[in-house]
Design a protein around this ligand. Structure first.
Ligand SMILES: C[C@@](O)(CCOP(=O)(O)O)CC(=O)O
Ligand code: SF4
Length: 385
């Protein structure tokens, strides 16, 4: 891969070991994937924040780094709400370590807003055609598909390396030829809300890491697209999809020849029922619209079991009345974290979710049984004695 004289200097260690390590990571990736050069990025979104997932080794690695990020960079959810960690049932020792991780990122100049939906709170991180380096899989899918920005599926270290240098190797989804759809998904059902997560749950398994092109009967909202992409990235490795007439790059392509049809019956089969001891919303992090809807469903009611709603701290801070309306019911609004990356959910035995992604990850990453239900069914379960 070609390096500019300035990039060569980083590689030779002229700006110290942190930048040297960063560019080594980028060069190694670029060489593996045959990138011609490094390209500038507009922002980075860095996964690998929860102490539950990165542990002591991760904490040490980040703490040893010295430098400043070159572009706006934002963190993925951590293992706890930084203010309400006790209420979540997080142990003091975990909280200490988690705080150290976030402070180590902060020392590098990374914004400590911990969210997988940075696009809902910052307008200037990614736009159509911008190159970025994001690493949470639902955020990657949203950036590529809904915003039309360009990112590969970065890992935490490669996103941080890109953040420090302001660059990423030019391969994969940064190139036009890899953004073409591979498989047509014809959906013969009217979809609403969590149906998009159920659809993504099915299609991810079929598509693997290919690029689906959807023909839908219904018009998904941005939140529904968020949910579709998140689930496909969890049950498969879909980083980019197109929806005819909806997503910004779909107009460029003819529907691919390989085609599958998804019927209503298949969507229904992903759902189940049961009695959960935790009902969790906000995978990916809830938007203002989603909080509004939950508030409407909870107004004047009292929840009979544990209910968590995960969102970004910026949204919670800017909408205190909305949060108060929700919390009056006994439901809890948590920030900086989620039901998957926090160890707090591991003390429950059965979690009900309205997210196809959470439905995939909760059993594997939390060891907790999961039930996928619609938002209304989740609220009904929360209100039942
Ligand atoms: C569960 C997930 O959404 C976030 C966890 O990643 P991490 O703890 O930030 O490495 C993983 C992913 O899908 O990218
Ligand atoms: S598991 Fe869900 S809520 Fe947690 S970081 Fe991933 S998308 Fe966001």
């Amino acid at each position: 891969m070609y390096l500019t004289p300035d990039e060569e200097k980083l590689l030779n260690g002229e700006r110290g070991p942190t930048y040297q390590k960063a560019i080594e990571i980028l060069v190694a990736l670029g060489d593996i994937y045959d990138a011609d050069r490094l390209i500038p990025i507009k922002s980075a979104q860095i996964a690998g924040v929860s102490y539950k997932t990165i542990g002591e080794a991760g904490l040490e690695w980040i703490s040893d780094l010295k430098g400043k990020v070159a572009v706006p960079s934002i963190l993925n959810p951590a293992g706890m709400d930084r203010e309400c960690w006790m209420e979540m049932g997080i142990a003091g020792d975990f909280a200490d370590k988690q705080d150290k991780i976030i402070r180590a990122y902060e020392a590098l100049g990374v914004k400590t807003e911990c969210t997988c939906t940075p696009y809902s709170i910052f307008d200037d991180l990614a736009g159509l055609g911008d190159h970025v380096a994001w690493s949470e899989s639902s955020a990657i899918s949203y950036a590529n598909s809904v915003i039309g920005a360009r990112t590969n599926r970065e890992g935490g270290p490669s996103a941080l390396a890109a953040a420090l240098t302001g660059k990423t190797p030019n391969f994969g989804y940064h190139l036009d030829e890899n953004r073409r759809p591979d498989i047509l998904i014809q959906v013969d059902a009217e979809l609403h809300d969590s149906d998009y997560g159920a659809l993504g749950y099915i299609v991810g398994e079929i598509a693997g890491d290919r690029v689906p092109f959807f023909k839908l009967k219904s018009r998904p909202s941005k939140d529904e697209l968020k949910s579709l992409g998140a689930a496909m990235a969890a049950s498969g490795a879909v980083a980019l999809y197109h929806v005819r007439g909806i997503t910004p790059e779909a107009w460029k392509y003819e529907p691919p020849a390989e085609r599958i049809t998804i019927e209503e019956r298949q969507i229904k089969e992903v759902y189940s029922s049961g009695t959960p001891d935790l009902i969790a919303f906000g995978c990916p992090h809830s938007s203002i619209d989603e909080l509004e809807r939950l508030a409407r469903l909870l107004d004047g009611k009292e929840v009979k079991r544990e209910v968590w709603i995960c969102t970004s701290r910026a949204i919670k801070r800017e909408h205190p009345l909305l949060v108060k309306r929700i919390e009056r019911s006994g439901a809890k609004v948590f920030c900086d974290t989620c039901m998957v990356v926090s160890p707090a959910s591991e003390r429950f035995t059965c979690m009900m979710v309205n997210s196809g992604k959470a439905h995939k990850y909760v059993p594997n990453l939390c060891g907790v049984k999961s039930i996928l239900a619609t938002t209304e069914e989740c609220i009904a379960a929360a209100l039942r004695d």
